[in-house]
Design a protein. Structure first.
Length: 74
């Protein structure tokens, strides 16, 4: 069973921390892909979470943090 809290945990914690890659925009790509799948399943409320400003802001914060960490170690 899909729950909003589980989707948010995946989007906001697992995607930025467990799917680490050098691919630019991978977090957005995963979010958009998940949203498309959820739309196809008729789970529009969950798809909206994937596309939400909150999700984009969380991902941007992780990107900023990663960028700052790379600058400190350079």
């Amino acid at each position: 069973m899909l729950r909003q809290s589980r989707l948010q945990a995946w989007l906001w914690y697992e995607v930025p921390n467990k799917y680490v890659t050098d691919e630019v925009g991978y977090k957005e790509h995963l979010s958009v892909t998940a949203a498309s799948l959820l739309d196809e399943l008729g789970l529009n409320r969950y798809a909206a979470i994937c596309r939400s400003q909150a999700t984009a802001e969380v991902h941007a914060a992780f990107d900023d943090s990663d960028s700052a960490r790379r600058q400190r170690t350079s």
